[in-house]
Design a binder for this molecule. Structure first.
Ligand code: S3P
Length: 187
């Protein structure tokens, strides 16, 4: 990990928010938050902002209004977060489906630096097992759903200019890899 002065120099060069993308369970929020602490930037989680705006939990939104309605809200919320953080360093974590939405992805690619955090299926399955807040997994086999989403969303995620593995090791490894990748990207 670079020293504090080097991190400050990196932050000073960031003229766009960093947006974390990738599948459920990969660690976008945890790693994104730690990244923002290292870079000393604001952090915002798009899923949390969707919940705040709708005043409903994500399972409740899916239940009552369906996935398309959730995607519309998610698209608007991410557009607002990107606008609010335009031209400045910040870290925004998104929900796993956000970058698979054509409009949201185009906006992120245009106005932010997308970081695709990826992991193998075993790691994802182990990580999602700990939480029961994901409607796409409720009552289904997480390995099957995640495997299918990995295939379907892979081409979208692959458009991110930065890709970083988030393996089973400590999350700080992921943060250090993103920092190194950002150094290269901005060089
Ligand atoms: C979703 C991922 C979730 C949340 C919603 C839908 C998806 O976010 O946005 O349940 O379509 O992959 P996380 O990736 O933070 O779990």
């Amino acid at each position: 990990m670079p020293d504090a002065a080097a991190l400050a120099r990196l932050t000073a060069r960031l003229d766009k928010p960093v947006v974390m993308v990738g599948l459920m369970g990969v660690g976008k929020s945890t790693v994104g938050k730690r990244l923002s602490q290292c870079l000393n930037t604001p952090f915002v989680d798009a899923d949390d902002e969707v919940v705040k705006a709708a005043q409903m939990s994500i399972p409740e939104i899916f239940d009552r209004f369906g996935e398309d309605y959730f995607r519309d809200g998610e698209r608007r919320v991410i557009a607002r977060l990107i606008e609010e953080n335009a031209g400045r360093p910040a870290v925004i974590a998104t929900g796993g489906g956000a970058f698979a939405d054509d409009e949201t992805r185009a906006l992120i690619l245009d106005r932010a630096i997308a970081v695709w955090l990826y992991a193998d299926l075993d790691t994802l399955v182990a990580r999602v097992g700990r939480k029961n807040t994901r409607p796409l997994l409720t009552g289904r086999n997480p390995r099957e759903v995640l495997g299918e989403l990995m295939e379907r969303r892979g081409p979208a995620y692959a458009q991110a200019p930065i890709r970083v593995i988030s393996d089973a090791g400590p999350q700080s490894n992921g943060v250090a890899r993103i920092i190194a990748a950002l150094e290269d990207y901005l060089a």
